[in-house]
Ligand binder design. Structure first.
Ligand code: CAA
Length: 258
């Protein structure tokens, strides 16, 4: 796959998508978001891929929506034109796990895109922020919604209203990222995490992702009912037969193609 604003790497069952507009701090523009949707859908449909990693460069994940492109937008370009809605949220339709791997800045739309991933791994150099207020707009890709759900109202209000950036340690403390690694070993460590997941049965990984996401959309009782259906259905799958018989035989399970 060849893209103008993305770099693609294949690491066995893990596909890595790198945001790549180095001259503009990976600012997210229409072309990049269209390409990102295309790549995500292709990997989601590719039976050779179990896990997708979304990352940027060593310096920046993404410094937000492209301010140069937005500066002259009118209301007609945004609401009728469905700015953001038209191409930023394809990632939410991906059914396989998507790990966001962040080094350097994840600001504005960059932080929002990161929060659309299933979980985040960060370098110790990472900085997260929602500085939209400084350019005279609210966040537009879920910052006012996903940030408070993830780090709580006090921290989210502080970040959104002051535009203060938080570093990797604060991001981990508040639950925005799951793990931090030294910048030098970030990709190696992130690929280890991705490979661990890629060796699991992809169908179960997809069901877990689906169930966890349900937790944010429904009541506890309904969410548990939703999970229970997947659990019961698992007993009709090769993954359950292989996983449990491998455990009893004291051998490593082989979930290839499951
Ligand atoms: N859009 C367009 N271009 C951007 C950009 C953005 N979001 N962020 C950086 N760039 C460009 C700069 O204009 C600059 O271009 P030139 O070399 O042509 O001048 C280049 O990238 C390098 O940037 P800096 O010189 O500013 O680099 P720095 O190291 O001094 O600072 C930074 C880095 C702190 C990330 C700073 O660039 C910055 O604050 N960027 C803007 C962050 C921002 O406000 N993001 C929110 C955007 S609004 C949004 O995202 C809406 C939404 O919710 C959907």
């Amino acid at each position: 796959m060849e893209y103008a604003d993305l770099l693609i790497e294949n690491h066995g069952k893990v596909a890595v998508i790198r945001l790549n507009r180095p001259k503009a701090m990976n600012a997210l523009n229409d072309n990049m978001m269209n390409e990102l949707g295309d790549a995500l859908y292709k990997f989601d449909a590719d039976s050779a891929v179990n896990v997708i990693v979304l990352t940027g460069s060593e310096k920046v994940f993404a410094a937000g929506a492209d301010i140069a492109a937005m500066a002259n937008y009118t209301y007609a370009d945004t609401y009728p034109g469905n700015y953001i809605g038209r191409n930023w949220e394809h990632i939410l339709n991906v059914r396989k796990p998507v790990i966001g791997v962040v080094a350097g800045y994840a600001l504005g739309g960059g932080c929002e895109l990161a929060m659309m991933c299933d979980f985040l791994i960060a370098a110790d150099s990472a900085k997260f922020g929602q500085p939209e207020i400084k350019v005279g707009v609210t966040p537009g890709a879920g910052g006012t919604q996903r940030l408070p759900r993830t780090i709580g109202k006090a921290k989210a209000m502080d970040m959104l209203l002051t535009s203060r950036m938080i570093d990797a340690a604060e991001a981990e403390r508040t639950g925005l990222v799951s793990r931090i690694f030294p910048a030098e070993s970030l990709m190696e460590e992130a690929l280890n995490v991705a490979n661990t997941i890629a060796e699991m049965p992809v169908s179960v990984a997809m069901a877990i992702k689906d169930s966890v996401n349900r937790a944010f959309e429904t009541t506890l009782t309904e969410g548990v009912r939703y999970e229970r259906r997947f659990f019961h259905a698992a007993f009709g799958t090769p993954a359950q037969k292989e996983g449990m018989s491998a455990f009893l035989a004291k051998r490593k399970a082989n979930f290839e193609g499951m």
